[in-house]
Design a protein around this ligand. Structure first.
Ligand code: AMP
Length: 192
């Protein structure tokens, strides 16, 4: 099924896990800007060195840098027939960039899914993930900052896409399988 989707939601809502599951059901690539930045950090690329200081502080990497990276990724052949964006767009400037990329290709978004989550629950999840994976951006003060940045810069995009009639809201709390089932139901994806 050819779908062009965005997955929105606060850090810790389970976007990465659900994006991977949903993308494999849909046969489209899950494109996570956070994963691309982390890969660049571990490879020590110039992009990674630039991104790391923002990531470690819980701040967003500047739009020009992120937009350029996403434009390059979306021009890869595997994204031609659809994609699921996880963690992008996060700012109005990124929304505008994505609009122009889509327009240049004569494509449109299918849906924008907001995975909703309870703040206390996401903090608990992130702290737990910090223990398990040791991510540098998962200390409590950085987690709080990431949630604030999300509330300030990204939460308003929910309304932007609602105004375009593209928004689908899905409760991200509960078991992983349960949330996946809610997502596939909400998107009308047939399961086999
Ligand atoms: P994530 O794994 O999606 O939570 O992303 C981890 C970090 O990567 C974020 O806290 C930001 O520093 C950076 N990042 C990921 N996606 C974006 C984006 N769309 N715009 C700016 N920074 C981003």
């Amino acid at each position: 099924m050819s779908m062009r989707l965005i997955l929105l939601g606060p850090p810790g809502a389970g976007k990465g896990t659900q994006a991977a599951r949903l993308a494999s059901r849909l046969g489209v690539p899950a494109i996570s800007t956070g994963d691309i930045f982390r890969a660049n950090v571990s490879e020590g690329t110039e992009l990674g060195q630039l991104a790391q200081k923002y990531m470690d502080a819980g701040e967003y990497v500047p739009d020009e840098v992120t937009n350029q990276m996403v434009a390059a990724r979306l021009s890869q052949p595997d994204a031609e027939a659809g994609f699921l964006l996880d963690g992008y767009p996060r700012t109005e400037a990124q929304v505008a960039e994505l609009d122009s990329i889509l327009e240049a290709n004569g494509h449109q978004l299918s849906h924008v899914v907001e995975l909703t989550a309870d703040t206390d629950e996401v903090v608990a999840r992130l702290l737990n993930r910090a223990k398990e994976q040791g991510r540098a951006d998962d200390t409590e003060s950085v987690i709080r900052r990431r949630l604030d940045v999300y509330a300030e810069q990204t939460a308003p995009l929910v309304q932007t896409y609602a105004d375009r009639g593209l928004l689908v809201q899905v409760d991200g709390m509960g078991e992983v399988d349960e949330v996946t089932a809610r997502l596939t139901d909400a998107l009308g994806v047939t399961t086999d």
